[in-house]
Design a protein around this ligand. Structure first.
Ligand SMILES: Nc1nc2c(ncn2[C@@H]2O[C@H](COP(=O)(O)OP(=O)(O)O)[C@@H](O)[C@H]2O)c(=O)[nH]1
Ligand SMILES: [Mg+2]
Ligand SMILES: [Zn+2]
Length: 307
C-alpha cells in the first residue's frame, strides 16, 4: 500500500493511504542507520510503502520511502551536527510572520527565503495579525515588503482573527501542498483552523511579558483542506539554521545577488571586500538594500542561528 506521512510522533507515524484512510505506522529498524546525519529518517510529506505488521493488527510498517521530490531541512535544534527534515514533497512554502507580536526579524525571513531558494521551493511571505497595525504601521510594512515583491516573492497580508484575506489564501493554497512555517505565536495554527475547522489545532496565548510564543505544536502535521490541497503546519521555529548550504553558493540564493555576481571582477568573489565587486557597488548605490546585504553577511559569517 502507498501513503503519505501526515504526522510524525517520535517512533510512530500517521500515514494517509491513497484511499484516504489514516494508519498508525512504525519503521522497519534498519532505516535508522541509513543517514546518520539526519535526525529524522522519515519526514512529514514523505511518500511511503506500507506492509502489514505481523505482530500488531492495528499497526502497519513503513517498508520503503520513495525518493523525495524536494524537502526543507534545517540544522537540528536538539542533536548537534545533525540536520532535521522539516517536510518533504512540497509545492510551496509560506513563512508566516508578524511585525511585533511576536517580532519576526527580516533576518529570519531572509534565512527562510534562502532555504526555499536552495531547495527550489517557491516561497511566499504571509504577514499575519494585520488587525494589530494602524494605518501608518501597515503602510510602512507594505513599503518595506515591496522590496521582496520586486525580488519575485509574493507577499500576503492576513488577519486570522478578523478573517481578512482568509478566502484569498484558501484559493492561493488550492490544489497544492504548502508548508507553513514561522515563529511560535504568529498564528499558524489559528490560520489552519480557520481554513480547516476540523483540524482543530491547539492555539496558544502569547505571554505578554516575554513576547514569545509558547510551544504548542510539537510535531509537523499535514492537514487536508480539500482533495489535493494540504497544509503542513510546523512547530514554532525559533531559529532556522541553514543546513546543506555551502558558503560559496550562498549568493546564488539571493535573487538580487545572483543577478549581479557574474559581473564581479573575481569569479570567487565573496562580495565582502574584493575590488571590482558588482554587489558591493550595487549595495553602495542602493540597488541592494541594507537589510538584505546584512542578512547575506550574517549568513556568510555563520552567525545565522542567533536572531
Ligand atoms: N490579533 C490577532 N491575533 C491572532 C491572529 N492570529 C492568531 N492570533 C493569536 O495569536 C496567538 C498565537 O496563535 P497560534 O495560532 O497558536 O500561533 P502559532 O504558534 O503560530 O501556531 C493566539 O492567541 C491567537 O489567537 C491575528 O490575525 N490577529
Ligand atoms: Mg501552532
Ligand atoms: Zn562580488
Amino acid at each position: 500500500m502507498l501513503g503519505i506521512v501526515s504526522k510524525s510522533m517520535g517512533l510512530w507515524y500517521q500515514v494517509e493511504t491513497t484511499d484516504g484512510q489514516m494508519h498508525n505506522c512504525r519503521l522497519k529498524g534498519k532505516f535508522k542507520l541509513e543517514n546518520k546525519k539526519i535526525s529524522n529518517p522519515v519526514a512529514v510529506g514523505d511518500k511511503v510503502e506500507l506492509l502489514k505488521d505481523q505482530g500488531d493488527a492495528n499497526a502497519m510498517i513503513i517498508s520503503k520511502i520513495l525518493p523525495r521530490e524536494n524537502y526543507i531541512i534545517r540544522v537540528s535544534p536538539k542533536k548537534k551536527g545533525h540536520s532535521h527534515i522539516i517536510a518533504s514533497n512540497l509545492d510551496q512554502a509560506i513563512i508566516v510572520a508578524t511585525v511585533g507580536t511576536p517580532k519576526t526579524s527580516l533576518g529570519f525571513i531572509d534565512r527562510f527565503l534562502v532555504t526555499a531558494e536552495a531547495f527550489r521551493i517557491p516561497a511566499t511571505i504571509l504577514m499575519n495579525k494585520i488587525d494589530l497595525l494602524d494605518k501608518e504601521e501597515l503602510a510602512k510594512l507594505r513599503e518595506k515588503m515591496t522590496e521582496y515583491e520586486a525580488l519575485g516573492y509574493q507577499v500576503r497580508y492576513t488577519s486570522a482573527l478578523i478573517k481578512k484575506d482568509i478566502d484569498g489564501l484558501k484559493e492561493f493554497l488550492s490544489g497544492k501542498t504548502s508548508l507553513f512555517t514561522g515563529h511560535s505565536g504568529v498564528g499558524k495554527s489559528t490560520i489552519v483552523n480557520s481554513l480547516a475547522p476540523e483540524a482543530d489545532q491547539k492555539t496558544s496565548e502569547i505571554s505578554e511579558f516575554a513576547n514569545k510564543g509558547v510551544h504548542t505544536t510539537t510535531f509537523a502535521e499535514r492537514f487536508k483542506l480539500d482533495t489535493d490541497t494540504y497544509i503542513i503546519d510546523t512547530p514554532g521555529i525559533k531559529e532556522l539554521g541553514l543546513a546543506e548550504i555551502e558558503k560559496e553558493e550562498l549568493s546564488h540564493y539571493f535573487p538580487e545577488l545572483r543577478e549581479l555576481m557574474g559581473q564581479c571582477k573575481f569569479s570567487n568573489c565573496t562580495h565582502t571586500h574584493e575590488p571590482g565587486c558588482a554587489i558591493e557597488s550595487a549595495y553602495e548605490d542602493g540597488r541592494i538594500s541594507q537589510s538584505r546585504y546584512d542578512s547575506y553577511l550574517s549568513m556568510l559569517m555563520g552567525d545565522d542561528n542567533r536572531r
